[in-house]
Design a protein around this ligand. Structure first.
Ligand code: BMA
Length: 361
């Protein structure tokens, strides 16, 4: 079955036959199953530390061509590499050679392979462009309803997903695609992306998610992916499950919460929202994670040890992903000489923080 009109995707009979069909195909590769188990197991010890674009670039360095030696701001500051590696494949859908943040996809592939071989966990987000307006992810022009109803756009989107599949299939070790936690269409309960609240109906969002996963799994036969559902911080009265596309389409639960220089508000959300994520995940027997977080520029002293750690140490999250170190005014992890470095080293020494060398394969 392919991503096609809404009727096909919301038709119960079609869904039932799809589920039956899936039973006969290997739904997840052995490596993807192992990753799922690893996520559950490691959460008994602590939480894995992740960084977006950890090895792609940092402050004053960049892997522009093929990577010779692997660097990371986290390693420069703490002596340890992160355990989780976030990448973004925005612009792969356009057939470009570089992602939206100028990381060459060939370099990204090498960095993913290197991290995986060393026991690291790979997670991928997708800041896809807007199909209708051709603007970026933040272009709110409604497009999902167009996609569902317009055959021509479906053709384009099908090609976009093929490019995603080709890339994710091409990241191989021993001729096998490595397992990846794919986290598309994130923060949908916020209104800043074209797939977000107000720019796309709840029903259409689910059709988009399910249709995309069906294409990846069936048309392209990808079984190396785990799918992560990650709304943004909940506003009062938000239902965490509002956009949930269903148990067959999600393997990992998550949430994105940032500290906008208001620690009290941040702590309140972290404690409140992670409790909800944990409850849902435990009911569904799936792992859960703090899929994005950070304090831009790290201007609050002792943020890692005093604001963050005490509020997540007992939540049971499998990992926590800090956003990227792009610039002096846009970074979420310390870099060499950063005033918060010492606090970060103290955070590293706390019992629950797991870095690359703390993970076992
Ligand atoms: C956002 C910002 C952007 C970036 C995007 C995708 O949060 O960091 O600068 O392009 O993520 O990485």
């Amino acid at each position: 079955m392919s991503f096609s009109c809404k009727n096909d995707l919301s038709n119960d009979a079609n869904k039932k036959s799809l589920v039956e069909e899936m039973d006969t195909i290997e739904r997840r590769s052995r490596a993807a199953e192992n990753l799922l188990i690893k996520l559950q197991d490691l959460s008994k010890k602590g939480f894995a530390i992740g960084h977006q674009d950890a090895t792609s670039y940092g402050l004053n360095w960049r892997h522009l061509d093929s990577p010779d030696s692997i660097k990371s701001d986290v390693a420069k500051v703490s002596g340890k590499f992160p355990a989780v590696y976030g990448f973004d494949i925005g612009h792969i859908e356009l057939g470009r050679t570089h992602n939206l943040d100028s990381v060459p996809f060939d370099v990204m592939r090498q960095l993913m392979i290197d991290a995986y071989k060393k026991g690291g966990i790979i997670t991928v987000s997708w800041h896809a462009d807007n199909l209708t307006s051709k603007g970026n992810s933040w272009d709110k022009t409604p497009t999902v309803s167009d996609l569902i109803n317009d055959g021509k756009l479906q053709q384009t989107y099908t090609l976009w997903v093929k490019r995603v599949a080709d890339f994710l299939k091409s990241v191989q070790v021993d001729n096998e695609p490595i397992p990846v936690i794919f986290r598309p269409f994130h923060e949908m309960n916020g209104s800043w992306f074209w797939w977000g609240e107000g720019n796309c109906s709840v029903e259409d969002y689910k059709v988009l998610w399910q249709g995309t996963v069906d294409l990846l799994r069936e048309t392209h036969g990808l079984n190396n992916l785990l799918y992560a559902y990650s709304p943004n911080k909940l506003n009062p009265n938000d239902d965490y499950m509002k956009y949930y596309p269903g148990d067959d389409y999600v393997d990992v639960f998550g949430i994105d919460i940032y500290d906008f220089k208001n620690s009290e508000d941040y702590i309140h959300s972290v404690v409140h929202d992670l409790a909800i994520v944990k409850k849902v995940a435990q009911e569904k027997q799936k792992p859960y994670a703090f899929t994005e977080t950070g304090l831009e520029t790290l201007s609050t002293p002792n943020w890692f040890t005093e604001v963050l750690y005490p509020n997540i140490e007992n939540t049971g999250v499998s990992w926590i992903l800090f956003w990227r170190n792009a610039r002096v005014d846009h970074h979420y992890m310390p870099y060499e000489g950063h005033p918060i470095s010492e606090d970060f080293r103290a955070f590293e020494a706390l019992p629950k923080t797991l870095f690359l060398e703390d993970l076992t394969n």
